[in-house]
Design a protein around this ligand. Sequence first.
Ligand code: AMP
Ligand code: MG
Length: 494
Amino acid sequence: MAPSSPPTPLFAPGGWRLEHSYAQLPPVLHRPATPTPVAAPRLVMFNHPLAISLGLDADALAGETGAAIFAGNQLPPGASPLAQAYAGHQYGHFTTLGDGRAILLGEQITPRGERFDLQLKGAGPTTYSRRGDGRAALGPMLREYIISEAMHALGIPTTRSLAVAATGETVYRENPLPGAVLTRVAASHIRVGTFEWAAAQRDDTTVRTLVDYTLHRHWPELIHATNPAIALFDAVIERQAALLARWMLVGFVHGVMNTDNMAISGETIDYGPCAFMDAYDPATVFSSIDQRGRYAYGNQPAIAQWNLTRLAETLIPLLHPEEAPAIELAQAALGRFASRYQQHWLTGLRRKLGLFTEEPEDPALIDSLLTGMQQTKADFTNTFAGLDRALPAVDAPRTDEAFHQWHARWLARLGRQPQSPAQSDELRRAHNPAFIPRNHLVEAALAAAEQNDLSVMQRLLAVLATPYDHNRPAPDYRSPAPDGAADYQTFCGT
Ligand code: AMP
Ligand code: MG
């Protein structure tokens, strides 16, 4: 019998089980980085359920120990912090970037064996900070916490927020602001921009290594594909097509879809100037700096395809030994994005309308509803959530003649499927949220938090945690911003 070795403890105290596969990649892809200690760490938000699902000892981390760790004053056991290098196309222009204000502590292995990056955002300067201070302000970090957790509850792939720690220090933007550090949890932080950085090294081995690493991490079943680079590209296309459809189906506007803000894993990442649309209008833009509407609601699928084209360019040398057939392969794959996106969108919209079956006329039925919504400035979320087989509808804009006609078409369509009306109602309720993070509610929560009152945010988070609970009596959380509210504007959280 083989001698038995003493059991190695799998988990360090606190439940930490950090590994560092990214640190094994070529050094050009990362640099060591150490969080800069802050004056007065204080835990403002702590995500108990998420901590538990990561295998962390939530109770032990909810107090001072957690404050010290999540502010960057104390490293968790086994941490080996680094900053990741990446590049990116920002508003269409190529630049080199890197984690200028984020530090990866390591990859937490959960009790189920999954691997998640734990990253401190706002933990001080790194090699890649350029002239930035490496810090973040409390408001934008709480905003990321609210919206990312809302996205998760909606069932949309996203990075998560484990904690927000106030630093007790001031950060200087246009005004002095309270500082904070957000702990972000991600399937990985590999971005389209990471591939752009690797390709900018002008040696194919860096890109090849990154392709292999990404496949191991996110698509292990594709490692032995005949052409791993095209297999990866195709998989990324599928995830992005699915993700973009999910955004569009809930009226989410990311706001800054630069290639460095697009995760290869297919998770929504980088909650800066994002916001949810109220009145349906494809031209909706919230970001103060997006003057030309490059990242408008209706442009998002096309921008995703543009970003994927930048990803394809980094892969060309790996796709085929000769350039022409390599480009052909890439273009064929890219060409599949639009149809995949369309399919996800159509499937999602059928569900939003309570349709189980498919009819060729469905796209026209959908278009007709959306056109009417745009003309009457109907609230996107409430129009779908309020769809009722019985007329009259609740909202005034939807009681117009055009809507009545559309409603009759819809009822007839429902009548042509074998499923019962009750089944159809249930399908609709499961796919039309009653609650989204309404802009004015988010602002109210942040304003109260800045005055040290977290109760408004806690109540909002509780509602957003069950967005499909149509029976919750919370009318104040359903209304769009009151009439006469100024146009909502968001700012990059830097
Ligand atoms: P973002 O707009 O958050 O996607 O950031 C774009 C780039 O700017 C990334 O490389 C960030 O790391 C960097 N960056 C943003 N804010 C800061 C800051 N306060 N200090 C240093 N780098 C920053
Ligand atoms: Mg970013």
